[in-house]
Structure formats: structure tokens, C-alpha cells
Design a protein around this ligand. Structure first.
Ligand code: PRP
Ligand code: URA
Length: 209
């Protein structure tokens, strides 16, 4: 069974509360999502492998430790997952970025694929899939399947807000994929939106509604 890592640092809770407020506009929403992504990035990269490197400080030689950042791929689920990329890239600037385009059919709530472009060597990398919202879990599960079909074996899912239903689905279908979230909300409503959630993340990021 995969693990759920609830990253509820006070600064993350504070920023998320502002994002949830319906009065918060796109500019602040985007900025806060970027800031939270960077903060969550510390936790999700906590066990990245380090490599020894001989360097010289102004005082003496030493064996320093560096992260193998080139072994990371960030894969946002379009559109809303894009809002989490820049924060992670601030942390690991050499990471490669792939894109998976999915949207939920408004009636069936099932995801529909429209785009996929991944780094050539994605299967050799730790892949962090980003999507602020884990609702039914359909989009995340489909994105993970697409990555596994490309040979990826080391995948983590990073979300902002999750519903218990979505967590359950990912854990059942992908027991090898750990989930990192800033909040686990109560439930889904009849339109498969997270309650209390923050509304439609894509629309709030890009101002499309
Ligand atoms: C939203 C969100 C997730 C998905 C979550 O995307 O960003 O990708 O819904 O729902 P699920 O867990 O039930 O699949 P949406 O389909 O609204 O597309 P958008 O990001 O382009 O707005
Ligand atoms: N997608 C969103 O953007 N928000 C939700 O609450 C559910 C799916």
C-alpha cells in the first residue's frame, strides 16, 4: 500500500486558506500555489540520492554532497498541474518537465486524454506528477498509467487538496505511488467537486471563469 504524506506545515495551511477563499483572484492564487509547491517540494525530495563531490572551499578541500537533480522529471497534468511546476523548478532547476493533457468530461467526470509529451529518458527518472486537485482520482490514475506504459517505475503524486475518494482510488490502482498532499478534505459533491475544496483549480489559475 502506498503512503499518504500530509504536508500540513503552518505556512502551507496559511497560504492554502487564502487560496480557498473565493475572493482571492488569479494573480494571488497562482503566486500562492507556486509558493506552496516549493514548500511541498522540500518534503517530496527529502530522500533524493546524494552524490559525493570533491571541492575546495576558500579554506580547505572537502568531500561535498550534491543532489542528482538531473534524475528528476516533473509531469504536470494540464491545465491546473502547470501551476505547481515553477515552484518545484525553483527548487530543482535542472529537472526535466513533461506534460500530460487531461480534462474531465463534465457529465461522466471521466478523464479524456488530449496531449502527452514526456522527456525521452523519463523511465530512468523519479517522476513527480503534479495536479492541485485529487477528486475522483480518475485523472491522476490515468496519468500514472500513461507513465507506467512508458516504463516509469518511480512515480510520486503531488496534490494540493485531496478527497478521500481520490486517495482511495490511487492507492488501490497504484499501490506503488506515494501521494503528497497539503490537505485532505471531507468529500466530493454531486458534481465530483471537492468539498470544501477551492473550486475549479484550472479556472482559478488561468481566470477562465
Ligand atoms: C481538474 C483537476 C484535475 C481533475 C481532478 O482538471 O485539475 O486534473 O480535475 O479531478 P478527478 O480527480 O476527478 O479526475 P479539469 O478536468 O477541470 O481540467 P483543467 O485543469 O484543464 O481545468
Ligand atoms: N477539479 C477541480 O478543479 N476542483 C475540484 O474540486 C474537482 C476537480
Amino acid at each position: 500500500m502506498s503512503q499518504v504524506h500530509l504536508i500540513d506545515h503552518p505556512m502551507i495551511q496559511h497560504k492554502l486558506s487564502i487560496m480557498r477563499d473565493k475572493e482571492t483572484g488569479s494573480k494571488d492564487f497562482r503566486q500562492l500555489l507556486k509558493e506552496i509547491s516549493l514548500l511541498m517540494g522540500y518534503e517530496i525530495t527529502r530522500d533524493l540520492p546524494l552524490t559525493d563531490l570533491e571541492i575546495e572551499t576558500p579554506i580547505s578541500k572537502m568531500t561535498a554532497r550534491r543532489v542528482l537533480g538531473r534524475k528528476l522529471a516533473i509531469v504536470p497534468i494540464l491545465r491546473a498541474g502547470l501551476g505547481m511546476v515553477d515552484g518545484l523548478l525553483d527548487l530543482v532547476p535542472v529537472a526535466k518537465v513533461g506534460h500530460i493533457g487531461l480534462y474531465r468530461n463534465e457529465k461522466t467526470h471521466k478523464p479524456v486524454v488530449y496531449y502527452c509529451k514526456l522527456p525521452e529518458d523519463v523511465q530512468e527518472r523519479l517522476v513527480i506528477v503534479t495536479d492541485p486537485m485529487l477528486a475522483t482520482g480518475g485523472s491522476s490514475c490515468d496519468a500514472i498509467v500513461m507513465l507506467k506504459e512508458r516504463g516509469c517505475t518511480n512515480i510520486r503524486l503531488m496534490c494540493l487538496v485531496a478527497a478521500p475518494e481520490g486517495i482511495k482510488k490511487v492507492q488501490e490502482e497504484h499501490p506503488d505511488v506515494d501521494i503528497y498532499v497539503a490537505a485532505i478534505d471531507e468529500r466530493l459533491n454531486e458534481d465530483a467537486y471537492i468539498v470544501p475544496g477551492l473550486g475549479d483549480a484550472g479556472d482559478r489559475i488561468f481566470g477562465t471563469k
